[in-house]
Design a protein around this ligand. Structure first.
Ligand code: X8Z
Ligand code: ZN
Length: 603
């Protein structure tokens, strides 16, 4: 089920490897039904449980309460039980020579769960209880003090984005992390039991299961992410060096040292994963403003719904169908005033068919303008593969799902904004640097964070990081990859990984790292398709049915083929390649190197 794209059961592809991986499965009785008949039954059984869990999760996340927690937990538990049972039954056909499509579907059953549970009912119940408790704590989380009362993540994030008072930033930063500290023991329970479930399915641990979803051996996949990171690391290091120097100019040595890692509360975002909110602090005087999409949206009087309509219109301009009426009736676009909801944006196909929805507490700003395209990308992908086997209703790999809408968002150029009436005058080439720097603060800045969240979880699941080192290991990775440091001392009484949605909600994260790289690869090849020969950051595929047809063809494959086939259908290439993102920012890289002359970069 990828239909609730970011929760329990996620996507991606089974592998050549899963047979080997399942070597440890308990011996099964010889099957008394043939594989195709089993699959037909399995698809129906899975779909029924998945849809039930989906509905319960939707109600839970849009009406957080004691009772909806229990109902969602029970439905999820049932789905896990059903899926684990089917995965074990699928194992009965291991070693049999079968039609390749039957083989692939069988192998995928074993990879459907990102949270497998042990066979033991009590343990399964404990696992889902711990998970739901963490999710609910995150969704309802707030930090209260005398001066400001109680503030939720949205309000605390607003402080990180807009305040330039180091004390206020620090309080918002540490305040949100009071929400995650109590999750620590539930997380340890979750990791122990989900690992046990993964081992029962024949994987070394849960991390190995996650890494088995990429049509290659898990170790090879880890090496792939290293390879991609090494392609982009020099660009990140230059950006880091420049931003650190500008923050130092603004805040001084005490608050923002000129060398070493950057204190994590100064970068405009709760997790320092996007730095675009400190644009005003880092904008070069001589380079202009680029385009301030937040201001344009505000001036044009956009509201949440209008933002979604605008994103939908982009998809429609590519020749894709408008969203169904029920999308508009059933989605949640605005944070309700009277109840707790999980505000983190997500996209759903509740019935694994056409009941598409997004759930998002939309703010009228540039960041959420990109996010609505991101979420609709999920919905369009879900609709494109809805007629495939339930075990193929997913993207080629999870980076494709995450990168689809973002690819369209790369086409939100000044020229595009002018064509939809948001921008009066398209800035000339003299603004290119500002455009690239602005975008890089969102995109290049994200890359190491995209990588490290799962580096931490892989180490936790493998046992390399025991519970006593959860937080220390987290900060080692934050420093090593991102070059950021905690602004105040952290201890093992804290649980800072839990302050990021995807940890309590158990959503794998490497997908976003891959997506950040793939979207430029998609963009570059679609720009070729539309015959663009200018700089990549000025190319928009808006209005191109030819580009839309290519995207549609890829999306329709779902997970039915190994991902290199889907990548080839769109780009002609069979490997992920960070040269597109590197090319896109080449002029910025040159400028940054020049700016950083005489500075010692790195940390
Ligand atoms: O979680 C998301 C999406 C939902 S799949 C809003 N993203 C990551 C994050 O917010 O941390 C998109 C970018 C990275
Ligand atoms: Zn997403």
């Amino acid at each position: 089920m990828s239909n609730l794209v970011h929760r329990t059961l996620t996507s991606s592809i089974c592998a050549l490897l899963s047979l080997g991986a399942l070597g440890g499965l308990r011996a099964q009785e010889a099957p008394d039904e043939d594989a195709a008949a089993f699959l037909e039954r399995a698809e129906a059984t899975f779909l029924e449980a998945a849809i039930e869990a989906e509905r319960a999760a939707w109600i839970n996340q849009t009406y957080l309460s004691y009772d909806t927690d229990l109902l969602a937990s029970a439905a999820e538990e049932k789905l896990i039980a059903v899926t684990v049972d089917l995965a074990k039954q699928a194992g009965r056909y291991d070693g049999q020579e079968l039609d390749p499509d039957v083989r692939r579907r069988l192998d995928r059953v074993k990879l459907m769960l990102s949270k497998p549970a042990p066979d033991d009912a009590a343990k399964r119940e404990e696992l889902t209880r711990a998970s739901t408790a963490m999710g609910s704590a995150y969704g309802r989380g707030e930090y209260c003090n005398e001066a400001d009362g109680c503030r939720d993540l949205g309000e605390l994030s607003e402080v990180l984005a807009t305040s330039r008072d180091p004390d206020a930033l620090l309080e918002a930063w540490t305040g949100w992390r009071t929400v995650s500290a109590p999750m620590r023991s539930d997380y340890a329970t979750f990791a122990r039991l989900a690992n046990e479930g993964a081992r029962e399915l024949g994987f070394d641990d849960l991390g190995a299961l996650w890494r088995s979803k990429y049509d290659m051996p898990p170790a090879e996949f880890a090496a792939e992410t290293d390879r991609l990171w090494s392609q982009v690391e020099p660009l990140y290091e230059q950006l880091h060096c420049y931003v650190r120097a500008r923050l130092n100019e603004r805040y001084g040595d005490e608050i923002a040292p000129a060398s070493g890692p950057i204190p994590a509360h100064l970068l405009g975002n709760m997790w320092a994963q996007s730095w675009v909110n400190v644009w005003d602090l880092v904008a070069p005087a001589e380079a202009g403003e680029g385009v301030d999409v937040t201001r344009l949206l505000e001036e044009a009087g956009y509201d949440a719904r209008r933002m979604v309509e605008t994103a939908e219109a982009f998809f429609v301009s590519l020749g894709l169908e408008p969203l169904p009426e029920t999308f508009w009736e059933r989605s949640l676009f605005v944070q309700p005033a009277d109840r707790d909801v999980v505000c983190h944006a997500s996209a759903w196909a509740v019935d694994h068919d056409q009941d598409l929805r997004i759930k998002m507490c939309i703010k009228v700003d540039a960041e959420d303008f990109v996010t609505v395209h991101h979420e609709l990308g999920h919905n369009y992908y879900q609709r494109a593969y809805r007629e495939l086997s339930p075990f193929y209703r997913d993207s080629a790999h999870d980076g494709f799902h995450e990168g689809l809408g973002d690819t369209l968002a790369l086409s939100i150029t000044p020229e595009y904004l002018e064509s939809i009436g948001l921008l009066d005058e398209v800035p000339g080439a003299e603004e290119d640097l500002a455009l690239l720097l602005r975008k890089s603060l969102d995109s290049v800045a994200f890359l190491p964070f995209g990588l490290l969240v799962d580096r931490w979880r892989w180490d936790v699941f493998s046992g390399d990081v025991p519970e006593e080192r959860y937080n220390a290991a987290w900060w080692e990775l934050r420093e090593r990859y991102q070059g950021v440091a905690a602004p105040v001392e952290r201890t093992e009484a804290d649980f800072d990984p839990g302050a990021k949605y995807h940890v309590p909600f158990n959503t794998p994260y490497t997908r976003y790292f891959l997506a950040q790289i793939l979207q430029y690869q998609f963009h570059r090849s679609l720009c070729e398709t539309v015959g663009w020969d200018g700089p990549l950051h000025r190319c928009s595929i808006y209005d191109s049915e030819e580009a839309g047809a290519k995207l549609d063809a890829m999306m329709r494959l779902g997970a039915s083929q190994p991902w290199p086939d889907a990548l080839e259908a769109l780009t002609g290439q069979r490997t992920m390649d960070a040269s597109a993102i590197v090319d896109y920012y080449a002029p910025l890289m040159a400028w940054l190197e020049d700016q950083n002359e005489g500075r010692t970069c790195g940390w």
